[in-house]
Design a protein around this ligand. Sequence first.
Ligand code: MG
Length: 113
Amino acid sequence: MELHEAQERVDQWIHTYGVRYFSEMTNLAQLVEEVGEVARILSRKYGDQSGKTSDASYNLADELADVLFVLICIANQTGVDLNAAFERNLEKKALRDGQRHWSNPKLFGEPEP
Ligand SMILES: [Mg+2]
């Protein structure tokens, strides 16, 4: 699915099931909440935090999709074309960071435990 298709699918979903978009500020709070759910999973899987029984119901792929959904809502309601924006963003990063990471010795060898 292309990003513009995803934007259209989310718009259809909102108007079919969601009545209307939440306000931009509510969606910002929702985005932070969903990113927090991703952080919770990663913290317990890769970080030092131990998991709780209730954490078993969290699924990383599903939580990343929640983040994407809300991000697309914000793009739709603010008139952002994510296809065009992402293309421009990748070009910007390639120009800015073309050699930066290849000349970073910290990125070579085994990561620190
Ligand atoms: Mg979620």
